[in-house]
Structures are given as structure tokens and as C-alpha cells.
Design a protein around this ligand. Structure first.
Ligand code: BG6
Length: 486
């Protein structure tokens, strides 16, 4: 349903995130009628340019993003209308350039106002202060910040403090775009909309959980950021831990934002600490070398960077949630750049049957529930089935598939579409609360500290493989294997 017109200001309006994700997402919401004419979308950046130039840049970015999405290349009248919502504002976060004019334009309308800080986190505090100084923050104002929120607990605290001096917690939307992905939301629907899963969703019936987020891309143009972050901070601290929380959390009493976030927080706080004492057994870090990815030869990370580096482009680790529900159940997490496939999935492996009556007939593979986030969103339940035919009893592990595309049809909305509209509506359910971010850093910091103490360098892996062999050993040591679709 259409939202009342609002103002959305994107700091970093001509940056990569804005052009590749935010503006295409807004365009789709406009085309579907959810964003109405009269809404204002303002791109803010440091260079001086006209509205017309900016619209042209956005038009080109939309064309590029829609080309990849073949089901969906009708720009047409909607495109013209959308571009009319856009304007550009030259603003200097350090100086006064542009602010007077910008503040006046903003004050012309009293309505929901969203400031999206798609800029480096060291600018968050300054941006917030300037907005307050120009009196642009009222009860209907919201601010959106992207990860990384800092580089460790201390820097995250400083950022959160600075934001907290200008905005109330309910006005701060810390985005983790994985929470906007369809399959991730569907995980909550599956767990709590069906009676089937919940009784089994515990240590007595679940053997282990795997969460894989594999990417084929390298660091692309992001080396200056990425080399300071690394996979642990870029992916595990936020996306993978959030997925783990949604798998492991206790049933919230309602869909209330705090009810859900309270439960996620408990999971983060229950994670068994990993530190210098056990990091070597529980965490594997890797860095890609020359190899092949996306069907061509690619250079190693250090070559791409132009110098050697100890930054990890791959992490695999074994986590444990210390609670009645999960005691003893390993959660194996892995993520990396330049892996063989762009695959993100959550795999829940159930325990084997207690007694096999099929002895000598077939080996029974355990049931697996596979929630695939990417590339094609789907839910698959692996079951043992009889192979049809009169030739006696043979069993096979077969997938029972629920492909979203087939079942529901139509275009799959990008995570940012849902999340941006939630910000405008003021619904923080799919955003991270301050204490969650803090708890996640508190768990991550000692892992990094352990690497430093151990003077530990990432293990090499060939681009286009599933990480260093130690990542395979990490799970095989426990008599288990990483899931691969048959
Ligand atoms: C971002 C990371 O948060 O997520 C990137 O900074 C990563 O390094 C990206 O490529 C992955 O997102 P998605 O939606 O493509 O899986």
C-alpha cells in the first residue's frame, strides 16, 4: 500500500551503494506504487553538480541494474516519474557549503524524514552533529547507518554514543541487509508458522547447523576498506551472526521488534567465547591466491592489492550456543571471497534415526533442511525415500523442494526494498539494536586479539576453491562434512 510522501536524503548519493542498491530499490517501490509522487529523494555528495546531471547518473545506474534482471526491464513512464523525485545537494560535512539552502529545502515539508548515511563510519558522528546543528532532527526523523559500525567494540561504542546524542534509539536504523532477504524472513515464518519444526528444533534432534555465505567475487574496487576489515568483520560480525541468531533464538512472544531483538541478543550473549586459548582449534582464516573464478583466471588477493597483507578473505569457525536448547550442537560458519560459487545457505542437519530397520539395504542419510538465500531462494528438505520399482527395497536421499520462484512467481524483491520501506514506516524489526551490535563485537574482538597474539597469518587457498584445507579439516575432524547439493 502507498506510503504518505516522505523525504529521503542519501549521504553518499553518488556512491556505489546508492547507485547499485538503494536507488534501484527505491525505483522498484515507486514503480509498484508504494512511493508516491511528491516524495523527495535527495542525493548528497561533496562535488558540485546539477540535478540534471545527477538524474542522468541515476538513470544510467538503473539501466545497468535492470539489465541484470531480465524479467524486468521496463523503465518507461515510471522511470521518468521516478527521476522527477530526485534532486542533488552539494554538501560539505566539514564546512558550511550548501547547508543553508539544504536546511531550508528540508524544512519546507513537515513529514517523515530519513537520512541515509551511506558514507564511511568515521563520518557518522559528524553527519549527525551537523543535522542537529541545522535543526533538521525532529520526532519524525530517522537515520540509517550501514555496517561496519566501527571496527571493534570500542569504536562501535563511540559511534553509537555519537548517534545517541542526536537520535533516540527508535530513530536509529542499523541496517544488515541480510535481514531483508526473503529466505531469511522465511526462516522465521517456517520456524514459527508451522507446528512441525519447533519440537525438533533442539539438541536432542539436531546434530549440527552450517551457515555458508560464499562469494565468487574478489574485493573488486573496495580494497582500501576491505583490507582494513577482513572477512571476520565484513561478514561474520554482522550477516553470519544474524543468521545464526535467527536459527537459534527462542520463540519470541510476538513480532514486536524488541521481542525479536531480545531473543537474538540472548543468543549472542550465549555464544561460547573464542579467544587465544581455543581460537587455533575453532577458527580458520584464509586468503586467496591466484586461481580461477567466474570462469577465468584471477589474481590473488595480495596481487590485487599490490602488496602483501595479513587480512583474511575467508573464515570458517565452529561456534556453540550455550543454552539448554543447543548445548553440544556445533554451528559451523564459513564465508569467503573467490569461492567456487555464489551460494548462501543455512543447513540444519538432524540426528540419524535411532535404529535402522534397513540394515544391509541402504545407508540412511540424516534429514537435512536447507534454506538457500542465494542465488535462487529455496527451501529443501532432504528425506529418505524408496526408489520406485519392483526390484526390492532400495532407499535414496532425495530433496523435497520448495522453490520460491516456482511457487510464488514474479520478481524477487531486493532486500533493500523491504528495509527502506520499513525505515519510512518506522518499523525497526529487521534492524539491529545497539546492544546486539555490541554483543556481536564482544564475541568477535577476542578472536581478532587471538590472531594478533598468535601472530597468525591467514592460510592460502587457491581462488575458486572452498578455502584452505584446514576449513575442511575443521568439520571433518568432528566426523561431519560441509554440505554440497547433490
Ligand atoms: C556486504 C559486504 O555487507 O555484503 C560485502 O561488505 C559482500 O563484502 C556483501 O560482498 C554480500 O552481500 P550479498 O547480498 O551480495 O550476499
Amino acid at each position: 500500500s502507498p506510503l504518505p510522501s516522505f523525504d529521503l536524503v542519501i549521504f553518499g548519493g553518488s556512491g556505489d551503494l546508492a547507485l547499485r542498491k538503494l536507488l534501484p530499490a527505491l525505483f522498484h517501490r515507486y514503480r509498484d506504487g508504494q512511493i508516491v509522487d511528491g516524495t523527495r529523494i535527495v542525493g548528497v555528495a561533496r562535488d558540485d553538480r546539477s540535478d540534471a546531471d545527477y538524474r542522468e547518473q541515476v538513470r544510467a545506474a538503473l539501466a545497468a541494474s535492470m539489465q541484470q534482471d531480465d524479467a524486468d526491464n521496463s523503465g518507461g513512464a515510471a522511470l521518468a516519474g521516478f527521476l522527477q523525485l530526485l534532486s542533488y545537494q552539494h554538501l560539505d560535512l566539514a564546512g558550511d557549503t550548501g547547508w543553508e539552502e539544504f536546511a531550508q529545502a528540508m524544512r519546507r515539508a513537515r513529514r517523515v524524514r530519513v537520512f541515509y548515511l551511506a558514507v564511511a563510519p568515521d563520518l557518522f558522528a559528524q553527519a549527525a552533529n551537523r543535522l542537529a546543528a541545522w535543526d533538521l532532527v525532529d520526532a519524525d526523523t530517522r537515520v540509517v547507518v550501514e555496517k561496519p559500525i566501527g571496527t571493534d567494540s570500542a569504536s562501535a561504542d563511540a559511534i553509537n554514543d555519537a548517534l545517541g546524542r542526536v537520535f533516540a534509539e527508535r530513530q536509529i536504523f542499523r541496517i544488515d541487509h541480510y535481514l531483508g532477504k526473503e529466505t531469511v524472513q522465511n526462516l522465521t515464518a517456517l520456524r514459527f508458522g508451522n507446528a512441525l519444526f519447533e519440537p525438533l528444533w533442539r539438541a536432542q534432534h539436531i546434530d549440527h547447523v552450517q551457515i555458508t555465505v560464499g562469494e565468487t567475487i574478489g574485493v573488486e574496487g573496495r580494497a582500501p576498506y576491505y583490507d582494513r576489515a577482513g572477512a571476520l568483520r565484513d561478514m561474520v560480525q554482522n550477516h553470519l551472526l544474524q543468521l545464526l541468531c535467527l536459527v537459534a533464538m527462542e520463540p519470541p512472544t510476538s513480532l514486536d521488534a524488541d521481542a525479536i531483538r531480545d531473543e537474538k541478543l540472548k543468543v549472542l550473549r550465549a555464544l561460547r567465547p573464542i579467544d587465544a586459548g581455543n581460537a587455533a582449534q575453532l577458527v580458520v582464516r584464509g586468503q586467496y591466491r591466484d586461481g580461477a573464478a567466474e570462469g577465468r583466471a584471477v589474481r590473488g588477493y595480495a596481487e590485487e592489492l599490490g602488496r602483501s597483507s595479513r587480512t583474511e578473505t575467508f573464515v570458517a569457525l565452529k561456534a556453540e550456543v550455550r543454552s539448554w536448547r543447543w548445548a553440544g550442537v556445533p554451528f559451523y560458519l564459513r564465508t569467503g571471497k573467490r569461492l567456487p560459487a555464489r551460494v548462501s545457505e543455512i543447513v540444519v542437519t538432524f540426528r540419524p534415526v535411532p535404529h535402522s530397520i534397513f540394515e544391509g539395504v541402504s545407508e540412511l542419510a540424516p534429514n537435512r533442511l536447507v534454506l538457500r538465500l542465494q542465488p535462487d531462494e529455496s527451501v529443501t528438505m532432504w528425506l529418505m525415500n524408496k526408489v520406485p520399482g519392483p526390484g526390492g527395497l532400495r532407499l535414496r536421499h532425495v530433496p523435497m523442494d520448495l522453490s520460491f520462484a516456482e511457487t510464488f512467481g514474479g520478481r524477487q524483491a531486493d532486500a533493500y526494498e523491504r528495509l527502506l520501506m520499513d525505515v519510512v514506516r518506522g518499523n525497526p524489526m529487521l534492524f539491529m539494536r545497539r546492544d546486539e551490535v555490541e554483543a556481536a563485537w564482544k564475541w568477535i574482538d577476542p578472536i581478532r586479539a587471538a590472531w594478533e597474539v598468535g601472530n597468525d597469518a591467514p592460510k592460502p587457498y587457491t581462488a575458486g576453491t572452498w578455502g584452505p584445507s584446514a576449513a575442511v579439516a575443521l568439520i571433518e575432524r568432528d566426523g561431519r562434512t560441509w554440505h554440497e547439493d547433490a
